[in-house]
Design a protein around this ligand. Structure first.
Ligand SMILES: Cc1cc2nc3c(=O)[nH]c(=O)nc-3n(C[C@H](O)[C@H](O)[C@H](O)COP(=O)(O)OP(=O)(O)OC[C@H]3O[C@@H](n4cnc5c(N)ncnc54)[C@H](O)[C@@H]3O)c2cc1C
Length: 408
């Protein structure tokens, strides 16, 4: 018997066993579609993440998968909100609008969610290629270096930033988009003046595009994000030194670190990618990630929408891409709004109360804060897509929508 004869035949193959996959799988399994999830790593698998789930993401998990077991949480088990820090040492603390939200231990939470979706999961099985047609998609995978073949009517790529499924559908996509390096180190704490109940973020042009710190399991995480090309250890040490001299944070040498490349900023320039034909792309692979690098909530929601689009397509003659693009529009607006400085200033796209926190400051402080934020935003505007950022922001504010996405 050949490998093709042994092929597994199902309705839907989902690539990746993370949160977007769990959400998509839940919709598909509930609708009675036979669904197999392929995950390249052995489950439960490690996932680099701060794990601060937004209130909307928390509601999604509760409504779809039930109460979160203690084993899927880190210590502290929840986070009250976000504190922004500025070069002048101004600080702005914002609580999440609906109260503290879970601090997820991604290795366990993702495994819990995918099991609760009810889908069949094949771990240690890497997607390596795809042959597409209108009727059947043939997925090639490797399990312990042995080839495996799957046939499905629909394929959902829920495979994160590097998305091999996108590579199969749009071979040059990854060369067209900006890439960032994001890394964090875990430090023993000698003394830390940062409130452990908050996620701390620095709007400091000299520290990098994305600089954060928070407490986890008796350690202090210090992380940095910047455009590719700089040295992670040097950039991270700069932040550790800054925290020591400016924030009274004394940390021991890190006993663990991790870094990865991220497709940070696609939602900022509205360059989402949703797939082609019967291949759908969802979660962070599709470009969903907000300004705070908060991507779990939009991964869950976009994943669920991709599943719903397939369910609807299975019951109609309308092409699945038409359905998916119609349904995903609300999520696109929500995620892009969370980047948009005009929306942030005049509406409430985030779930922490930025406007009330600013309103509580004296007028002079408010002006100082706006000046500091603008000088930080200039850092982004200097990037090669600065003009597009401004164009997108204005189009959304005054025309009610973002210009249509360029890919897929
Ligand atoms: C340092 C850091 C901190 C973050 N902090 C937060 C935070 O506090 N809050 C928040 O909401 N978000 C945060 N994020 C973002 C969040 O982690 C992601 O946006 C979210 O995990 C995206 O989920 P996803 O389901 O789209 O894909 P992913 O979580 O990226 O999962 C993709 C899955 O696909 C699998 N896969 C990849 N290739 C293959 C293949 N060839 N075959 C089979 N499987 C494959 C991977 O192993 C993985 O399991 C952070 C990200 C980073 C890097």
């Amino acid at each position: 018997m050949t490998e093709a004869d042994r092929a597994v035949d199902v309705d839907v193959i989902i690539v990746g066993a993370s949160l977007s996959a769990a959400a998509a799988a839940k919709r598909l399994v509930d609708a009675g579609l036979e669904t197999v999830v392929l995950e390249r790593k052995k489950l439960p698998r490690h996932k680099i993440c701060s794990g601060i789930l937004s209130p909307r993401g928390h509601r999604f998990l509760l409504e779809n998968f039930g109460p979160l077991p203690r084993s899927v949480l880190h210590e502290p088990t929840s986070c009250r909100g976000v504190t922004f820090h500025f070069p002048s040492m101004r600080r702005l603390s914002m609580d999440f609008l609906s109260g503290p939200t879970p601090h997820l231990y991604r290795k366990q939470s993702d495994y819990w969610a995918i099991r609760r979706s009810g889908a069949e999961v094949h771990d240690e099985t890497s997607f390596v290629g795809l042959e597409t047609s209108t009727k059947r998609q043939v997925v090639h995978a490797l399990h312990h270096r042995e080839p495996r073949t799957y046939r499905a009517r629909w394929v959902i790529g829920a495979d994160g930033p590097a998305s091999p499924v996108i590579r199969a559908v749009y071979p040059d996509y990854h060369q067209q988009i900006p890439w960032f390096l994001v890394g964090q180190k875990f430090h023993p704490i000698e003394h830390c003046a940062l409130d452990p109940d908050y996620f701390h973020f620095w709007f400091h042009p000299k520290l990098g595009h994305y600089t954060w710190s928070h407490a986890r399991d008796d350690k202090q995480i210090v992380g940095v994000g910047f455009d590719l090309g700089k040295n992670f250890h040097r950039e991270q040490q700069k932040v550790v030194d800054y925290l020591r001299t400016q924030h009274d944070v004394r940390l021991g040498p890190a006993d663990d670190d991790e870094a990865c490349t991220e497709n940070f900023g696609l939602s900022l320039i509205n360059r989402y990618v949703f797939g082609k034909g019967n291949v759908l792309i969802t979660g962070q692979a599709a470009g969903f990630l907000n300004m705070m690098a908060e991507g779990m909530s939009c991964a869950l929601h976009s994943g669920a929408i991709s599943g719903e689009a397939v369910v609807e397509a299975s019951r109609s003659t309308v092409p699945v891409q038409t359905i998916y693009r119609r349904m995903i529009a609300s999520e696109v607006k929500r995620c892009s709004d969370q980047w948009n400085p005009l929306m942030i200033a005049f509406r409430q796209p985030h779930e922490a109360d930025f406007k009330s926190a600013v309103a509580e400051l004296p007028r002079r402080e408010q002006l100082g804060l706006v000046t500091e934020m603008l000088s930080f935003i200039r850092l982004y505007a200097k990037l090669k897509w600065g003009r597009q950022i401004v164009g997108q922001a204005v189009a959304r504010m005054f025309r009610g929508g973002y210009p249509s996405e360029r890919w897929g």
